[in-house]
Design a protein around this ligand. Structure first.
Ligand SMILES: N[C@@H](CC(=O)c1ccccc1NC=O)C(=O)O
Length: 248
């Protein structure tokens, strides 16, 4: 199935039968990626007295409870409610779901023992484009990202100036293949989150950050149509399913 999308008088044709799924599956398995010092998600049948919600155990249906954390267990999209005292829901922040996106690839720079994505790197990779969404693939890009145990690894992060740059060129949706755009242990500074959302000065209520994606190596850098979908959780963050379509 093909579709034509018109944005700012530019028409792009896409093939809806060729989605590129950037989400990492969330599973009850040791292969699930982990961050923030949590153990794996739990997916298990409901038990009510003698009844077990599993067809294998004699029930008519499979009926599982799921216990997980959107920030720690896989691909999720968050709004500025992630870092504010007041409650703001991702379900109110994200109300439209198709955007023009630029996929870029960066090798974080070594700065005093940290791996940092700089403003200069983003500027160079975006070469003057001002997309609605930016998808950052970090190098090395191995498939182990889908099952990595990130806790206490001091993963790569976005310099606050890089996040400010994205805000200033009008990027509304930022996607990255790390558990956070910020440094794992920063004493609560969350500099890149604050810079991207402009918190507390002038919070960008519609801006979102999607973390824990995986961009397959087969996907080339460049322009795509992004379909960013969340589950309708009233929460700062929700599991999400970003899908790219390559313009034909
Ligand atoms: N870097 C923060 C912690 C942090 O960002 C965080 C901690 C637990 C669960 C989620 C977190 N952040 C991101 O989604 C700090 O060191 O205080």
């Amino acid at each position: 199935m093909k579709a034509t999308i018109t944005l700012h008088a530019t028409r792009k044709a896409i093939d809806l039968s060729k989605p590129i799924d950037l989400s990492i599956t969330l599973k009850n398995s040791d292969k699930n990626p982990l961050a923030w010092y949590l153990e794996k998600p739990k997916i298990s049948p409901v038990q009510l007295d003698d009844w077990v919600g599993s067809v294998e155990a004699g029930a008519s249906v499979n009926f599982n409870n799921i216990a997980f954390n959107p920030h720690a267990h896989g691909t999720h999209t968050e709004c500025y409610g992630h870092i504010t005292k007041e409650f703001y829901s991702i379900n109110d922040a994200l109300k439209t779901f198709f955007f023009m996106a630029e996929v870029i690839t960066v090798a974080p720079e070594n700065r005093e023992g940290d791996l940092v994505i700089s403003e200069a790197q983003l500027k160079e990779r975006l070469h003057g484009t001002t997309p609605q969404a930016v998808v950052i693939r970090t190098l090395p890009n191995t498939i182990s990202k889908k099952s990595r145990k990130y806790s206490n690894t001091n993963w790569a992060y976005l310099h606050k100036d890089a996040a400010t740059y994205l805000r200033k060129i009008g990027v509304l949706h930022l996607l990255i293949d790390l558990p956070s755009i910020d440094k794992e242990k920063d004493d609560g500074a969350l500099l890149a989150h604050k810079a991207f959302w402009d918190v507390p000065k002038a919070p960008r209520k519609k801006a979102t950050i999607t973390e824990f994606i995986y961009v397959p190596n087969s996907v080339k850098d460049g322009s795509y149509v992004l379909n960013l979908q969340i589950a309708s959780f009233e929460n700062d963050a929700s599991p999400s399913k970003p899908i790219l379509y390559k313009p034909l």
